[in-house]
Design a binder for this molecule. Structure first.
Ligand code: CTP
Ligand code: MG
Length: 181
């Protein structure tokens, strides 16, 4: 199978949580509206309980479907997401890690004095990639190192900002997102 397709396939459980958070987010913010000692919000209204939980669950759910496709159709040459307990570790790592990376980035954006929704080039595009890789490496190191080869990592780093920008423009056009980034 084409390595570009494999890279996107492996990252889908990390990509989709963001989109589901945008579609289903809202309500009580993760920081309960509280401020940091610097007087600014800890995370801001853009990080909510509903968005985070819906996003992480969607990533795991989609991952289970992708894994069953890869396992039942080995002729397609698509990688699976691990077996048994490892499967859950991998999918939690990819999806919750993606949400966590985005949340940590918002914490630093607020510390830099940036309002909710302000854009921070490359951080906005790759924070969730870093989060998903770190958590998956911690929870399922064998699977991560076997699947994320140097080539796949390079492809993800190049392709993700393009896909991220394209989906956010669509999200903005269909009025699901407040900014086109
Ligand atoms: N969202 C959410 N919970 C999350 C992540 C995102 O509810 N953990 C929803 C929010 O409605 C948010 C939207 O998805 O406004 C877009 O996400 P994002 O661009 O990450 O947030 P921003 O509003 O741009 O805020 P920030 O500046 O903190 O990135
Ligand atoms: Mg944003």
């Amino acid at each position: 199978m084409n390595p570009l397709i494999i890279a996107i396939w492996l990252m889908l459980p990390a990509y989709l949580p963001n989109n589901f958070a945008v579609l289903l987010g809202g309500g009580r913010p993760l920081d309960f509206g509280r401020c940091f000692p610097d007087g600014r919000r800890i995370l801001g209204n853009g990080k909510t309980f509903r968005g985070t939980i819906a996003g992480a669950l969607a990533g795991v759910g989609v991952g289970l479907i992708l894994d069953s496709i890869a396992s039942s159709r080995p002729d397609l040459g698509l990688p699976d997401f691990g077996a048994g307990a490892e499967l859950i570790m991998v999918l939690v790592g990819l999806s919750l890690g993606a949400m966590a990376g985005d949340i940590i980035a918002s914490f630093f954006k607020r510390r830099m004095g940036m309002e909710r929704g302000a854009s921070l080039f490359l951080v906005d595009q790759l924070d969730f990639v870093a989060g998903s890789w770190v958590l998956t490496l911690l929870l399922a190191p064998r699977w991560f190192l076997e699947n994320f080869t140097g080539e796949i990592i390079l492809i993800v780093l190049i392709v993700t900002p393009i896909l991220h920008r394209a989906t956010n423009i669509i999200g903005y056009k269909i009025k699901a997102k407040r900014e086109p980034w």
